[in-house]
Structure formats: structure tokens, C-alpha cells
Design a protein around this ligand. Structure first.
Ligand code: CA
Length: 388
């Protein structure tokens, strides 16, 4: 079997009045970079590259540089191809766009390898530990205008309740934009709205310096927060270590890190309690397996980040299924002893409408598909509708 064609798809959905805000960025649109790889015997694999930035540079890396090297190659050797592409682009790649491009290709090749073998990716990776995965809702972003705290609090109360009413047992909310005191007010309202039994996670999108993050962590302690995501910028490894040492809440991070080399420094550097590789960013399934091994050896929990289209969610489901409990226990019920999957709840038709089988939340969980490869069928009509 040989790779016959590699096609880039740039998808874009303007959000208009559904625009939302983290502590760092406005999100006036959703965009995704998808790659479609077709083989000479008619198999089609899908991958996604990048989650946060524009899709065009990833497409350029694939189309102009990486794809021409892959036509005619055996698609069922994703690890070998990963190593070759990384070695080829090391001098100018290493992190960022090139690794996002390699991520997309790697995910698509694992999809094809699974289909060729008649096995889901989780089985190709050695087996799954669970057939459904507890999902956490990501929500409670900031509105455009944030000077009217009482109205923000009222809206948050309403929004937070919608997640628990739809069956989520875990909720991740944004912090880092307002003053520490105001963000604590927001968290108090959210905790009150969801009750004491819901797991609460917070994400600062690296909005703090270490000193502020440590203060915030201490202020959040009574609110029973399970982890504190991206407290400081990803390059600030010392800041991560300080926050981890001096604030009482477990520290999570890694969505902006790349390959085993970046994660080696994050994990072995003692920066995080929970590592969050993003399949579409870190280097696909191949890099994910490296991160998982490192994390396991250092006693760090692996909980992949996912924020993109249905392809990225499908890839994350396959990966999370293969993560062992951390650590193994005879009675694995402890929260965050088992990995969970991120399920962003802001408007995104690229996540909710792109695949033939929609993601269905049942008892707060998403099912891991049994079909070969990623187990997905991409809808051509949705692809056409949002192509740019
Ligand atoms: Ca995040």
C-alpha cells in the first residue's frame, strides 16, 4: 500500500456575536487545519494540526515541504515516518508550526494503519483501559465587556448550572483576566452554582507571573480546585517550578509544548503534576506515546488537551483510552486517578457537525469507538460548507 495523495483542508467558522474571550485572546472564529491522506487502495486517513493559531502556515508546511516527501511511501509505518520528518526538519522546525504539521500527518497515518489492520488506533497502541471516558466541560469564558462584575456573576451562575444539568461531573473554567479578587468572586459563584460534588478545574491561559499565580493558588484553596492549568507562560519553566512548590493546587500544563524534547524538560524539570499534550500540537500519537512514558516514570498524570475539530476530539478519545491509571489501584475510583477528556462547550460546528457520528455525552462520559482507525467518517457537506 502506498500514499497516493495528501490534501489540506482549511476550515473556518466566524462566530459573530458568539465571540468569546480567555485571559489572553478573543475568539472571533473557529478554524481548523485538517489533512486528508489517501492510499492507492482507496483508504482515507484524517489528521488535524494546530489548535490555537491560524491554519495557513500549517497547510504551507504540509503542502510545500512535507507532503512531497511522502507520496509513494507506505502509510502503515507512522513511527518511522515521524522520525524521518522530524530529523529532516530539525534544523528549522523543532517546535511550533512544523510539529503541528507533523502532528496532522501522524494522526492521519495512524488512522490509515488502523484501517489497514482492521483495528482501532487504541488497539494499535497496545490496548485500552476503558471504553468510555469521563469528559470535562470547558466553559465560563469572559464576555467582551468585563467592567460590570455583578452581571458577569449572574451569567456565570446560569452557564455553570447548564453543564451540571447536562450530566458533567467536571467543569473547567477560565481565570486570569480580572483582578485576583474578582476572579475569586467568579469562582465562588461557579462553585456555589455547581455544588460541592462537581470537580472544578481552572485555566489561566498563562495569564499570571509566578508571584500572582502563587497568590491565586492560595486564594483558591477553599474552593476545592482539582488543578491549576497554565498558571504562567509555557517558556517560564522556573515560574512553573515556583508555582508548583508554593501553591497548594496541583499544576497542569503542556498544551503549548512539542515533542519528547519539550516534554522531557517540562516533566523532568518538575514543572507539572498533570501534563497535557495536545495530539494535534505535540506531534500526534507517536509523540503522545513518548510523553506518556516520561510522565509515567516521573509520577505525573497525563490528561491530553483537546480543543479542535471532531477529528482532534476523536484522536484524543483513542489516546486517552490507552492511558493507565496513575497510579494503578485495586479500586480505581479516585478522581484524576483516571484520565479524563476535555470537551469544550463553546459554539463549534467543526467539532459538533463535522463527523457522521456525533459525540454523545452519556452519564458524563464519551464512548471510545470500536471501528478501525480513528473510527470516524468526515461529512463532505460540512467540509465544503466551512472550507476557506
Ligand atoms: Ca488551556
Amino acid at each position: 500500500m502506498k500514499i497516493r495523495s495528501i490534501t489540506s483542508h482549511l476550515l473556518r467558522v466566524p462566530l459573530g456575536d458568539k465571540t468569546f474571550y480567555s485571559s489572553q485572546a478573543a475568539f472571533p472564529e473557529r478554524n481548523s487545519y485538517l489533512v486528508r491522506i489517501e492510499t492507492d487502495n482507496g483508504l482515507v486517513g484524517w489528521g488535524e494540526g494546530g489548535q490555537y493559531g491560524p491554519a495557513e502556515p500549517v497547510a504551507a508546511c504540509v503542502d510545500a515541504v512535507l507532503a512531497p516527501r511522502l507520496i509513494g511511501r507506505d502509510p502503515t509505518e507512522p513511527v518511522r515516518i515521524w522520525e524521518e520528518l522530524y530529523a529532516f526538519s530539525r534544523d528549522f522546525g523543532q517546535r511550533g508550526t512544523y510539529i503541528e504539521a507533523i502532528s496532522a500527518i501522524d494522526i492521519a497515518l495512524w488512522d490509515i494503519a488502523g484501517q489497514a489492520a482492521g483495528l482501532p488506533v487504541w488497539k494499535m497502541l497496545g490496548g485500552r483501559f476503558r471504553d468510555k471516558i469521563t469528559a470535562y466541560a470547558t466553559g465560563c469564558y469572559y464576555p467582551e465587556k468585563f467592567d460590570d462584575l455583578p452581571s458577569i456573576l449572574r451569567a456565570l451562575e446560569e452557564e455553570a448550572s447548564t453543564y451540571t444539568n447536562s450530566g458533567f461531573g467536571l467543569l473547567k473554567v477560565k481565570i486570569g483576566l480580572l483582578s485576583l479578587k474578582q476572579d475569586i468572586e467568579r469562582l465562588k459563584v461557579i462553585r456555589q452554582a455547581v455544588g460541592p460534588d462537581i470537580g472544578l478545574l481552572v485555566d489561566a491561559n498563562h495569564g499570571y507571573n509566578a508571584a500572582s499565580a502563587i497568590r491565586m493558588g492560595r486564594m483558591m484553596e477553599p474552593l476545592d480546585v482539582l488543578f491549576f492549568e497554565e498558571p504562567v507562560p509555557p517558556e517560564d519553566r522556573d515560574g512553573y517550578r515556583k508555582v508548583r512548590a508554593e501553591n497548594p493546587i496541583p499544576v497542569a500544563g503542556g498544551e503549548c509544548d512539542f515533542t519528547r524534547y519539550g516534554f522531557r524538560d517540562l516533566i523532568a524539570g518538575g514543572c507539572v503534576d498533570v501534563v497535557q499534550p495536545d495530539l494535534a500540537v505535540c506531534g500526534g500519537f507517536t509523540a503522545f506515546t513518548h510523553v506518556l512514558g516520561f510522565a509515567n516514570a516521573y509520577g505525573v498524570a497525563t490528561v491530553p488537551h483537546v480543543w479542535g475539530s471532531g477529528v482532534a476530539v476523536a484522536a484524543a478519545l483513542q489516546a486517552v483510552a490507552t492511558i493507565p491509571a496513575f497510579p494503578h489501584t485495586a479500586n480505581p475510583i479516585a478522581l484524576l486517578n483516571q484520565p479524563v477528556i476535555e470537551f469544550d462547550r463553546k459554539h463549534n460546528p467543526l467539532r459538533d457537525d463535522l463527523l457522521q457520528d456525533r459525540f454523545v455525552l452519556e452519564d458524563g462520559c464519551l464512548a471510545v469507538p470500536d471501528k478501525p482507525g480513528l473510527g470516524i467518517t468526515v461529512r463532505e457537506d460540512i467540509l465544503t460548507k466551512y472550507s476557506s
